[in-house]
Design a protein. Structure first.
Length: 256
């Protein structure tokens, strides 16, 4: 009943795996002032991590976002045809030459890639030495575990021993715990499998703001004018992010 009451009218009753749902979610982000500010804040954090120099930067899962407003020469992409994107592609099979990309950027995408080993291998192949994979992804903490297990619509399996999961709908199939599995619990395994990729940064953040925004599926609980206040409160909670964070900003550098 609560989900029905607070669900956003634009995407209510739509198939989450349909391209139309992704296009409507773009309108949701643009029109929800609080949520839009979250994305702007995330985008700025990712841009600061990208290495200087020339070379194309690829965004995976661009469909509902607006990162190109901040990186004009960004190569945008999605798994299916969406208005305004440059490439329709699968992150597990990237159509780029070896060492041809300066970086790869993604927001809430990695945990939807069912064969993440193939993606990491492709990313390591395509990125130049010194280039980066930067992302914002869900993260496992005591607080987020409660939210993701009981309030979120996407699958959450922190107990799984594997990184991959059954192939299915591009958005409905996922594991919200996947980034934590790879970059925290199984970090040594990552280093063993992908010696050309090194974790440069994992910054935990956003314990409450995204939840209060309603995300792309629910109505916002707060107006946009309160975003800065909420962000400042979250910054004061930084010492406790290991228990409170719902998201992480992650940077992987491609070494020589």
């Amino acid at each position: 009943m609560l989900k029905k009451l607070f669900s956003h009218p634009l995407t209510r009753r739509l198939d989450i795996d349909a391209p139309r749902c992704t296009e409507l979610r773009s309108s949701v982000i643009q029109n929800k002032a609080f949520l839009r500010q979250i994305y702007i804040n995330w985008y700025k954090s990712l841009i600061m991590l990208l290495p200087p120099g020339e070379g194309p930067v690829l965004e995976l899962g661009s469909g509902s976002g607006f990162l190109k407003d901040f990186i004009p020469n960004l190569l945008t992409s999605d798994i299916f045809q969406i208005k305004g994107i440059d490439f329709v592609l699968d992150g597990q099979r990237l159509p780029f030459k070896d060492t041809s990309l300066q970086g790869i950027v993604m927001v809430d995408v990695l945990h939807h890639i069912h064969d993440v080993t193939s993606f990491l291998a492709e990313a390591a192949r395509c990125i130049k030495p010194g280039g980066l994979i930067v992302m914002v992804e869900p993260w496992v903490t005591r607080w987020s575990a409660l939210v993701y297990r009981y309030l979120h619509h996407e699958p959450y399996h922190p107990e799984t021993k594997k990184w991959d999961f059954a192939e299915g709908g591009p958005l409905s199939q996922a594991n919200l715990a996947l980034p934590w599995l790879i970059f925290a619990r199984d970090r040594k395994e990552l280093e063993r499998r992908f010696p050309k990729l090194r974790i440069q940064q994992v910054t935990l953040h956003s314990p409450f703001c995204y939840l209060l925004s309603g995300g792309v599926s629910l109505r916002s609980l707060l107006p946009g004018c309160l975003f800065e206040t909420c962000r400042q409160i979250e910054n004061m909670l930084m010492p406790w992010m290991g228990s409170l964070a719902m998201f992480a900003t992650i940077a992987l550098v491609r070494v020589k």
